[in-house]
Write a protein that binds this ligand. Structure first.
Ligand code: HPA
Length: 288
């Protein structure tokens, strides 16, 4: 994650998109990529065109940066992300986040597909992430600290911004969308958990389980971005439902959630773009 590498990526993106870069970016999880297809007037940049963006290798993850308009607000969407289980080192998962930050992004909305552990979570439903448990055994900030992005020991007390969480709840209420909340726990995958593991994770305080999000949140918080997290519950975690879990089923349930997700996200984006910018925290390392 050298600064030179981030700079090269940012330059490649600027060459394809020369307007003022959006202040808000969205990472779309498994099955939610369709949201980026609904953006108006979009510019699409394949990850292959960005020099050191890792390539996404998973079905359901397109691997494109889509910049376009949702409900009157211009946003940047990562349609597809990279995961530890694809073999990427944790440090490499931060490249895209730092690149977005360097382009001026201040707010990062991270979405994912997750298995529901807490009672009340149902397949096809949505959960605001209140906090996370990094149970992956990895951290993207391991290695020399780049002080131009943030401090050696970043605080994670309010990793998922309380103001953004409240706004998501408010939007859901007004749109009559059931929105749960809970703690997201990340494992590396790619195997789903065993029922015994899920029982253990429950006692540890996990409400939902998945294979992403945590590294991105850590890198974003390190450089002072505001983070919101939203899980689509694609299945009940292992042993809670009486059937096996397949990627195809999870994709199908994510698809069922897409309408509610899009309605909520579009209104949420409109509202947060109307709020004063938190740009004071933004110290773009590339502009000194
Ligand atoms: N476990 C881990 N990751 C997941 C799950 C799950 O049950 N569902 C979607 N992503």
């Amino acid at each position: 994650m050298s600064q030179n590498e981030i700079e090269q990526n940012a330059a490649a993106i600027r060459q394809k998109y020369s307007d003022a870069f959006p202040k808000t970016a969205l990472i779309l999880g498994s099955g939610l990529g369709g949201f980026a297809d609904t953006l108006e007037g979009s510019t699409i940049i394949s990850y292959e065109e960005i020099p050191t963006f890792p390539q996404s290798t998973v079905q359901g993850h397109a691997g494109r940066l889509v910049i376009g308009n949702a409900g009157g607000v211009t946003i940047a969407c990562m349609q597809g992300r990279m995961h530890l289980y694809e073999g990427y080192e944790a440090q490499r998962l931060g490249i895209s986040i730092r690149t977005l930050y360097s382009l001026g992004v201040e707010t990062l909305i991270i979405t994912n597909a997750a298995g529901g552990i807490k009672q009340g979570l149902t397949p096809g439903g949505l959960m605001v992430i209140t906090d996370h448990i990094n149970f992956s055994g990895h951290n993207p900030l391991i290695g020399p600290n780049d002080d131009s992005f943030g401090v050696r020991f970043p605080d994670m007390t309010n990793a998922y911004d309380p103001g953004l969480r409240a706004e998501l709840h408010q939007v859901a209420k007004e749109k009559s969308i059931d929105l749960q909340e809970g703690v997201y726990l990340q494992l590396t995958g790619p195997s789903f958990e065993t029922p015994a593991e899920i029982r253990m994770l429950k006692t540890l305080g996990a409400d939902a389980v998945g294979m992403s999000t945590v590294p991105e949140c850590i890198v974003a918080r390190h450089c002072g971005m505001r983070v919101a997290g939203l899980s689509v519950i694609t299945n009940l975690a292992a042993g809670i439902a009486d059937h096996e879990i397949t990627h195809e089923d999870t994709m199908e349930n994510a698809d069922r959630a897409l309408d509610n997700f899009s309605t909520m996200m579009t209104e949420f984006l409109r509202r947060i773009s109307a709020q004063p910018s938190n740009g004071a925290n933004h110290k773009n390392p590339l502009s000194g």
